[in-house]
Design a binder for this molecule. Sequence first.
Ligand code: PHE
Length: 338
Amino acid sequence: MSLQDFCHQLNQLAEEASSAFSNATEIEELEAARIEFLGAKNGRLKSVQKLMGTVPKEEKPKAGQTLNQVKTSIQDGFEEAKTRLVSDGSESGVDPTFDATLPGLGRRLGRLHPISQTINELTDIMGRLGFSLAVGPEIEDEHHNFNSLNIPNDHPARDTLENFYLVPESERTKQLLLRSQTSTVQVRVMDATPPPIRIISLGRVYRPDTADATHYPMFHQMEGLMVDQAVTMADLKSTLRMFATSYLGDEVSIRFRPSFFPFTEPSVEVDFYWNGQWMEFGGAGMVDPNVLRSVGYDPEEVTGFAFGLGVERLCMRRYGILDIRDLFTNDVRFLRQF
Ligand code: PHE
């Protein structure tokens, strides 16, 4: 074979390789073209190279030189095409197998605990009825938890078995306990503010109840207090009814049962109808004149109502939760449902 024919074949091959590489649109296609032209065993360049033996001896150096040039240019053409395909495939140009159309890994969002959600909603509803939020400490003294609420010294509500007292009797100058009711906040607000008053207080209270489906040693109460001229039991009932229909829906039935609390007179238990039965949600009544007097109010001038409702029960009633303990086990599979 003449040098001319040999070079002609090489150039032909170089042209074909160059268009095969630049036409490739997939990395697999490019790889197939690489094997076709540059394959170490049966590549087309290899076949042409074999023809070099038939080129006349004195022209061999020139033939070898052309062969090397063509080989380099085919290899360069391949590298160029590879760079083009890889950087098309992903921005960083790193991973040609990356598929931007595959669905991503979802990030699970956190959310508020159902009790926090309930508290926010109760605050909203009562806010629309004109009640603002008041807060008080969870560690209380006897004065606020009992004395000022007209609870006598020998009342069973003060029993050590009914409360979490914080300091042993022998060491205390002032008896401290975890508050057993949010009624403490009534006193704190009235002590600090002259009437009229319209507040709610939402927070934790503590009683050494054994945990069962309806009791837990820690739970939340929503306390309400309204004091003004000529506030009556009718205001109490209509406020609670408005609250209950806002939170639980128009079909809710509410019932007052005569009861006794030292700090209200008359007193009632507040029941909502649930699951085919009446269920107690809290207590309420007209603020006892003794309580009004203890904060320096004149019971001849102002009257008031107060109520305390169990937040967990409201939340459970709303969402159909049957066991209070589920709220505090902190199993996210449960909590995620609300
Ligand atoms: N503090 C009472 C309780 O925890 C509920 C209550 C609040 C009753 C306000 C009357 C008025 O049982």
